[in-house]
Ligand binder design. Structure first.
Ligand code: MN
Length: 412
């Protein structure tokens, strides 16, 4: 990332602030022997993918100011952790001109407290039985000493920014989706019964890493047979049985933008008749929901339509007789925003605008038939309507069966 990408974001942030508003964003800490993953809001506004930094912005007398706090270089830690980000480098990457050291953070903030009315920070959420998050902990002294200062969740302020994707963000999402799609194709070309679910996961991850992706966007779901009826099955440790349908709900993270795609395919070369029936029912609903997508449509409209249409399909499939029973076989919502977070900022009450990216993922889950089907695509809302970013990833029954032949080509 470079300053041309993050400077306009900070300019938009400035427009959201009133006099006396402060924004404090803490980078994620580095944890010993763990892969570092940056706080998405920090990365969004600074472009810096380094741990232990703080971004501070504020508006006073109608002028916007901001600065970064970085670690001081401690030679002993450099031996273990490598060179620290230096001030000039931080400015070059982020375009933020003022840089101080972390040990100056409280002093700087304390000197400002007379003019601080509200603080927006990436506090996150800590359940009652869990310790405070790092941002909560860092702001606790401010909260105790200056109870008149309101401390709010940053997401309340910046959701309108993050839910509209700029061209660069759409490119990152497209890349994440394309790589995920290639990996899914690899799996469909090679998976057979008797493999373990995690072997399928490995095939996909191998493709991802060879394509420049280091991380999943979220824990991958590779669910065969009845496991596909568990919505967030993540164990991926069962053996694929002959006759199973395999569900993969997966997404690579590219430059911290996450794909989220679900495809289903048979363990054998072809779908069974019943699998075809259920799959076709879900696919038809999925396509109809996608057709609804355009600016001005409420997310709730997509949800209600999906539920009603799935209910009709369930009656035809002989699963239910009363459409009110739809929740027996479909129990989640059909769409969520997608971006840096797999479940991105945007909210359930949103009305679609150009630049939104959402998923469309209806499903039917039938544990008594050891069968679960979900089909999920990622869709960009455009001025005219929509564009399916994952359209290249096969989802028609004949396409999938054609690809599956490759996995069985050496069989007599
Ligand atoms: Mn999803």
């Amino acid at each position: 990332m470079n300053p041309e990408i993050t400077i306009p974001r900070r300019e938009k942030l400035a427009e959201l602030l009133a006099d006396g508003d402060h924004v404090i964003i803490f980078a994620n800490p580095s944890r010993n022997l763990e892969k570092f993953s940056q706080d998405n809001n920090f990365l969004y506004f600074t472009g810096l993918n380094h741990p232990e930094l703080i971004y501070l912005a504020w508006k006073f007398s109608d002028r916007f100011h901001d600065m970064l706090f970085i670690e001081r270089c401690d030679p002993e830690r450099v031996v273990w952790e490598g060179a620290k980000l230096e001030a000039a480098e931080a400015t070059e990457i982020s375009g933020i001109k003022r840089v101080k050291y972390l040990d100056e953070f409280y002093g700087t903030l304390s000197a400002m407290t007379p003019m601080i009315k509200r603080i927006y920070a990436n506090l996150g959420y800590a359940p009652l039985n869990k310790p405070m998050t790092v941002p909560m902990f860092m702001l606790e002294p401010i909260r105790q000493r200056f109870p008149q200062i309101q401390i709010n969740q940053l997401n309340e302020l910046i959701t309108p920014l993050r839910k509209i994707k700029d061209d660069w963000e759409i490119q990152q999402l497209q890349k994440a989706i394309d790589i995920t799609g290639k990996g899914l194709q690899d799996v469909m070309e090679s998976a057979t019964a008797n493999m373990m679910e995690y072997e399928l996961e490995a095939t996909l991850f191998y493709r991802m890493q060879r394509s420049g992706v280091k991380n999943w966007g979220f824990a991958p779901i590779v669910a065969s047979g009845i496991n596909a009826a568990t919505l967030h099955y993540e164990q991926n440790n069962c053996r694929v049985e002959t006759g199973d349908l395999i569900l993969m709900d997966v997404g690579a993270s590219y430059n911290n933008y996450s794909a989220d795609v679900t495809r289903c395919f048979p363990a054998g070369p072809t779908f069974s008749e019943r699998q075809k029936q259920v799959y076709s029912a879900v696919l038809e609903v999925q396509k109809r929901v996608i057709e609804l997508i355009k600016p001005g449509v409420a997310l709730s409209t997509l949800n209600i339509s999906a539920r009603d249409w799935l209910a009709e399909q369930m009656v035809s499939l002989g699963l239910i007789t009363d459409t009110k029973d739809v929740a027996l076989y479909y129990m989640h919502s059909v769409s969520h925003f997608l971006g840096m977070d797999t479940h991105d900022l945007g909210g359930r009450e949103a009305v679609l605008e150009p630049g939104n990216v959402i998923t469309v993922e209806p499903g039917i889950y039938i544990p008594e038939e050891k069968l679960g089907v979900r089909i999920e695509d990622d869709v960009l809302v455009t001025e005219e309507g929509h564009s399916v970013l994952s359209q290249k990833i096969p989802k028609e029954i004949n396409e999938i069966e054609e690809i599956r032949k490759a996995a069985f080509k050496n069989e007599p």
